[in-house]
Design a protein around this ligand. Structure first.
Ligand code: ADP
Ligand code: MG
Length: 698
């Protein structure tokens, strides 16, 4: 489809007066295209069009007041200036008493001040307001937007640029979701894309001050209809990209697999246990997909320890038996190595060759591995994302299995199956251990079918979780010592310093040294900065029972499986996400022994902090925990910043906008299901996600 080039997609440099220097500043705000500029919404608005009598102000209002200074007090915490008019008085608070400030704020001075009102037990205050001597400045009219900005980029410049951008796109043909569809989806929102934007950037001033305060708070917290209108639009665009993608994949031919697999029967027969009902059901769902000539797009969710790896192996059997290769990808080397060990253990006795491909191989090892993959000498290849670099050529790739999906970006995932080979597109099975609430799943995996392994293998012993103040760390150390002496194995998870593997490694190193000095037991250390071989060696020793206590950073979070380990201490538990803690904790409770998890926290904890840790103490259900995490910390925290950044929403917040998301799902399905709506559907997607064209052939 050929669209006339729309201004909205042009870089900001297309606007008059925007040179490279200004474009660079804007880029710091994430603003590259004119569209980005339009989506750069005000964080607040100022009403400088009227002076409000002090007696009428209330908490939270951003207002301009004018009066006479009646008292000035300088103290340790700054400067307090009492300002009075005929209707009342308030205190202007400044946190530093600059000379220039003291020069202006003298008793009897007539001052006009602008700022946000706070009402507390200290009375009515305005903190570090903007101010001038009354009569010395022209007051501006209307509501002024205040944008998030960076150093060197003035509010007035941003205001001017946004106005230019609005003018520039005025003649663009921008499609919006038809009003009729909005109301059919139960949303009472109207207007189109541009009029909504205008209301947000250049809102009309309301005559009534109280109505105006209400309006401003709606604009600020994004509950204003104009904002909700845009959010729906954005959510629909994302849902459309999933649906287009899905249709696109479904038009491709898949490697057909057989429903009956002798290999699967052999593998199941070789296990010392039987598959759970849930495992069987999920395997069946995936196998049904694979017998079709459409590529499978399926996500398997299952709590830690639910036995996802085995499900993947069983599903793989059906591809292998039909003569196809299987690629197994994990996000970290530790996890990939563990999969390698498992797949070798399961498949080598059955005569299936398992290959290995990771970033840290020597050139020679890599060449050999690539050759084996290309020659079909290996039927299963396990590895990290190195598996999907361009020079990896499979002889007959039939199935791609991706573990711990949430660590890969959405786009990265969508690009994966672009590698169509010999005219066929591999089936795709992804697994995630972060149980994702339904709405979140919808906004991340809208193109996939979802299976849930909702049952743990029967031999699991429940884990007792306790929360203990860090002041009692010595007692905990003593208990760990006693238990290790008695033949148990334990993990000691070190505090997360910040988002830095180097600092995490350092803190783990120090903890390790401290514990070695204090305890006469065998102690090991793993952290993210170690070489893969060294990590592997330590893990192997721990697994073999040659190490009693394993000091680790959160690298052990995913996948590690040592059934004899029954104790875990997690330091600074208050800093980790609930789902992450739940995953960590899932490393114990995998054997016969009664298992314990100790959450050490740094007092004092906020009420939410306490509530959070209690969720973990009281529940062992990953879904319940994830839901709580989502409520308490938001999606970014649940999935990691990068992940939600990758979701690429300008305005939508999938937790706050849950209701809109549901509606958007329906609208997208409706748009894509009607031939005459196709132009609208593609146009909406392209407005918001022009890069989607790279992986969506409409
Ligand atoms: P996860 O879903 O967290 O990836 P794993 O696949 O690592 O879980 O499985 C955890 C452990 O449970 C492994 O040791 C695995 O062999 C074992 N396991 C898997 N399925 C069963 C089952 N049906 N019965 C008993 N143990 C099982
Ligand atoms: Mg796993």
């Amino acid at each position: 489809m050929t669209n006339p080039v729309m201004s909205i997609h042009l870089p900001v440099t297309a606007l008059a007066g925007v040179g490279q220097a200004l474009a660079n500043r804007l880029a710091q705000l994430g603003v590259v295209r004119i569209f980005d500029l339009l989506m750069h919404l005000p964080r607040d608005y100022e009403d400088r069009s009227r002076i409000v009598p002090i007696g009428m102000v209330s908490h939270g209002m951003s207002v301009m007041v004018s009066g006479t200074v009646t008292w000035v007090e300088k103290n340790r915490t700054g400067l307090s200036v009492t300002l009075e008019d005929e209707s009342g008085l308030l205190v202007l608070r400044f946190f530093k008493a600059y000379a220039s400030l003291l020069g202006v704020m003298t008793v009897g001075a007539k001052i006009t001040a602008f700022g946000e009102i706070k009402v507390s037990r200290y009375g009515v205050q305005m903190s570090h307001p903007e101010y001038h001597l009354t009569g010395t400045q022209q007051t501006q009219t209307g509501l002024l937007p205040i944008y998030p900005t960076v150093k060197g980029l003035h509010q007035n410049k941003l205001r001017q640029l946004v106005r230019l951008a609005l003018q520039a796109v005025a003649n663009d043909r921008i499609y919006s979701v038809p009003d009729a569809m909005l109301s059919a989806a139960g949303l009472r929102l109207s207007g189109d894309f541009l009029s909504a934007l205008k209301q947000l950037h250049l809102p009309d001033r309301h005559a009534d001050i109280f109505a105006q305060t209400e309006l401003l708070s709606q604009l600020k917290d994004r509950s204003h209809p104009a904002c909700r209108r845009l959010i729906v639009e954005e959510l629909v665009a994302h849902q459309l990209s999933f649906l287009f993608r899905r249709n696109n994949v479904y038009r491709q031919k898949a490697p057909k697999c057989q429903a009956n697999s002798a290999l699967a029967k052999k593998l199941a027969g070789s296990l010392p246990f039987s598959l759970t009902q849930a495992q069987q059901r999920v395997i069946h769902q995936a196998v049904v997909d694979m017998t079709s000539s459409q590529p499978m797009l399926r996500l398997i969710q299952g709590d830690v320890g639910a036995g996802k790896t085995l499900v993947a192996a069983m599903v793989a059997c059906h591809a292998l038996d039909s003569g196809w290769q299987v690629a197994v990808m994990a996000p970290t080397e530790i996890l990939a190595e563990q999969h390698l060990a498992n797949f070798q253990k399961w498949f080598a006795p059955l005569g299936i060759n398992v290959g290995w491909l990771a970033g840290k191989q020597t050139a020679k090892e890599r060449t050999t591995a690539l050759q084996a993959i290309a020659d079909n000498q290996v039927q299963i290849v396990v590895g990290t994302h190195a598996l999907f670099s361009d020079n990896v050529v499979f002889a007959k790739l039939g199935l791609v299995i991706i573990d711990e999906q949430h660590r890969f970006g959405v786009e990265q995932r969508l690009r994966l199956t672009d590698k169509s080979l010999m005219g066929s597109t591999p089936h795709q099975l992804t697994m995630t251990a972060t149980p994702i609430p339904r709405t979140l799943a919808m906004s991340m995996y809208g193109d996939m079918d979802v299976s849930v392994i909702d049952e743990l293998p029967p031999n699991r012993t429940p884990i007792t979780t306790v929360t203990i103040n860090r002041e009692r760390r010595d007692e905990v150390i003593a208990r760990i010592f006693d238990n290790c002496k008695a033949g148990k194995q334990a993990y000691w998870v070190c505090p997360l310093v910040e988002e830095s593997t180097a600092l995490d490694a350092q803190s783990a190193q120090l903890t390790y040294e401290d514990l070695v000095e204090r305890l006469d037991i065998r102690i090991g250390l793993v952290h993210g900065k170690m070489k893969a071989v060294d990590k592997q060696a330590v893990m192997a020793e721990f697994k073999a029972g040659k190490i009693d206590l394993l000091v680790a950073t959160t690298v052990i979070e995913v996948g590690v499986d040592v059934p004899n380990a029954s104790l875990m201490v997690i330091e600074n538990a208050e800093r980790l996400g609930l789902s992450q803690l739940h995953q960590l904790r899932g490393r114990v409770g995998r054997g016969e022994a009664k298992s314990f998890c100790v959450l050490l926290y740094q007092a004092p904890l906020s009420p939410t902090g306490i509530e959070r840790l209690n969720v973990l103490r009281d529940s062992s259900d990953g879904f319940v925990i994830a839901q709580k995490d989502l409520q308490l910390r938001g999606a970014g925290e649940l999935l990691g910043k990068r992940q939600t950044g990758d979701m690429g929403y300008y305005l939508a917040d999938i937790v706050r906008d849950e209701v809109l998301l549901e509606a958007a799902g329906k609208i997208a399905a409706q748009l894509i299901g009607t031939a005459e709506m196709m132009t609208t559907a593609t146009a909406i997607m392209n407005t918001w996600l022009p890069q989607a064209q790279n992986y969506v052939n409409v």
